[in-house]
Design a protein around this ligand. Structure first.
Ligand code: ADP
Length: 486
């Protein structure tokens, strides 16, 4: 199969969260199964690759209309394993400090930037002569590619057999813009109807992806149900998702088990695996306590957080409850995002320096150390499409504390019986639920045999991409077949 992946981020080139992890690892896994030919298109942000890769220019350039203007696109490529990554270049749109935002908020021309990118992917594939059997688009930034294929490119012979699959990573970010964006993107008013691109008087990129793709996926079976059935999860798109429910699939994410492997992780103090983790984990915990200026105490549970600071993640609950547990649990928190959440954790670390450490910012190295050095990992999300952090935490033997929603519900087992559990779960993100589960953790931590049985369960779980990547490939093949029968 010839697979073109189009996305706005992919680790290790550019990442702001789980989307980047998934696109990078999933694309690599595709290329390792049955010799599928995979190319990945990304924008060439200023920070993309950051000197770690050698970029080679593809000679020439091509033109992309954006509104009334004509913009120039060029391509640089990088060989990455069996994949070729094509970076779309345009300094006006991508040579900036951030990926989606500056310190003052989202870039105001994000509509134009991703209109340009999406169209440049379709023109770029022609430019390099890669005729895909399937295009796999991710999240709102590339969600208008399916709309292009079914409108402006409908009679383009290059794409006549190409199927398109759209994956929703987080429906909370839909790419909603005023109706003028419709014209910037090159669509016509004929497409501005409620069953196509129109959404409450504006244009909604994610809706375009749902309406025009041959198949739609999201990143866990439970989230697929939630966004279809409940307005608070579907965020206005539940109607269209229900309409497309025959073509909507929930495929659970995996994690990159080479990057996230406590046995070979070079960043952590001492490697360990599921068979013998006691010494390794306690050495990593000690080292983390030391690095964070916390007392070295092996008998007190250490709770870790590595997260975007966003109301989605239920971090306000954690901040609210910390003062109740300062003499019973140590907290190490790493996060970037919402400044008011950051301020509340900063204040806690100042007030309780012996039990709370907070670092604001994005820090891949510290993240590894937190997964390895913590006993529990707090993730009481209000909603969670899949969540990777709880799976990474489990692989590192840090027991996740989650809410029963979306992918958290599909990956964390908490049945009351520690020997059958791999983490802790509460039904809803409430103060009382969180208080009681943390209280339970404090008592259970004293029963090391039970605790270690849970750690072993967590570490022995299957979190790799192989099974889920096969599911995607099966879906691609079925979608291509269906299209060729039309
Ligand atoms: P989301 O995509 O909603 O942010 P996920 O749990 O799916 O959440 O993925 C989060 C990914 O981003 C994980 O790899 C996590 O380790 C990483 N991450 C989140 N915040 C930070 C941070 N401040 N520093 C380093 N890594 C982070």
């Amino acid at each position: 199969m010839k697979i073109l992946v189009a996305a706005s981020e992919a680790f290790p080139f550019c990442k702001t969260g789980g989307l980047g992890d998934v696109v990078g690892a999933l694309s690599q896994t595709f290329s390792r199964i049955d010799e599928h030919e995979v190319v990945l298109f990304l924008p060439r942000y200023r920070s993309a690759g950051q000197g770690a890769f050698s970029f080679k220019a593809v000679p020439g350039n091509f033109l992309i209309p954006v509104g009334g203007a004509i913009e120039t696109a060029s391509i640089a490529m990088v060989h990455w394993g069996k994949i070729t990554v094509y970076f779309i270049e345009n300094s006006k749109y991508f040579d900036r400090p951030g990926i989606y935002r500056s310190n003052f908020g989202d870039y105001e021309d994000n509509d134009e930037r991703f209109v340009f990118f999406s169209r440049a992917v379709l023109e770029g594939a022609k430019f390099i002569g890669f005729k895909p059997d399937v295009i796999h688009c991710h999240d709102w930034q590339t969600a208008i590619i399916p709309a292009y294929l079914k409108t402006l490119y409908r009679i383009d012979s290059f794409y006549v057999k190409t199927a398109v699959v759209f994956t929703i990573h987080n429906i909370a970010y839909q790419g909603m813009f005023p109706k003028e964006t419709l014209l910037k993107a090159g669509f016509t008013w004929v497409d501005f109807t409620p069953d196509r691109l129109e959404f409450y008087g504006g244009i909604n990129f994610m809706k375009a992806g749902i309406v025009f793709s041959d198949a739609v996926t999201t990143v866990s079976p439970s989230y697929a149900e939630e966004i279809k059935l409940k307005a608070e999860f579907g965020r206005g798109l539940e109607g269209i998702l229900k309409y497309r429910s025959a073509d909507l699939y929930g495929i659970i994410n995996g994690i990159d088990d080479e990057i996230w492997d406590p046995a070979s992780d070079t960043v952590i103090r001492r490697g360990y695996d599921a068979k013998s983790f006691l010494k390794g984990k306690s050495s990593c915990k000690k080292s983390l306590q030391h690095e964070c200026g916390l007392p070295e105490n092996k008998d007190m549970p250490l709770a870790g957080v590595v997260s975007r600071l966003d109301v989605q993640k239920g971090l306000d609950l954690i901040a609210g409850i910390i003062p109740e547990f300062v003499d019973k649990i140590q907290f190490v928190i790493l996060g970037s995002g919402d400044s008011s959440i950051a301020e509340s954790f900063s204040a806690l670390s100042k007030n309780f320096p012996a039990c709370v450490f907070f670092k604001s910012g994005f820090d891949e190295t510290l993240a590894h150390k937190i997964y390895a050095g913590s006993d529990v990992f707090l993730m009481p999300s209000r909603f969670e499409p899949c969540g990777l952090s709880q799976m990474i935490a489990m692989r590192y033997g840090s027991l996740p504390v989650v809410t029963r929603t979306g992918g958290l519900k599909d990956t964390v087992r908490y049945d009351g019986e520690p020997k059958d559990s791999n983490g802790f779960a509460i039904d809803a993100p409430t103060y009382t639920g969180m208080h009681s589960v943390l209280g339970h953790i404090v008592s259970l931590f004293k029963y090391r045999e039970l605790w270690n049985a849970m750690v072993k369960n967590a570490m022995s779980g299957a979190y790799s991409w192989s099974k889920s990547a096969e599911e995607y490939l099966k879906l691609f093949a079925a979608t291509i077949q269906k299209k060729s029968n039309l």
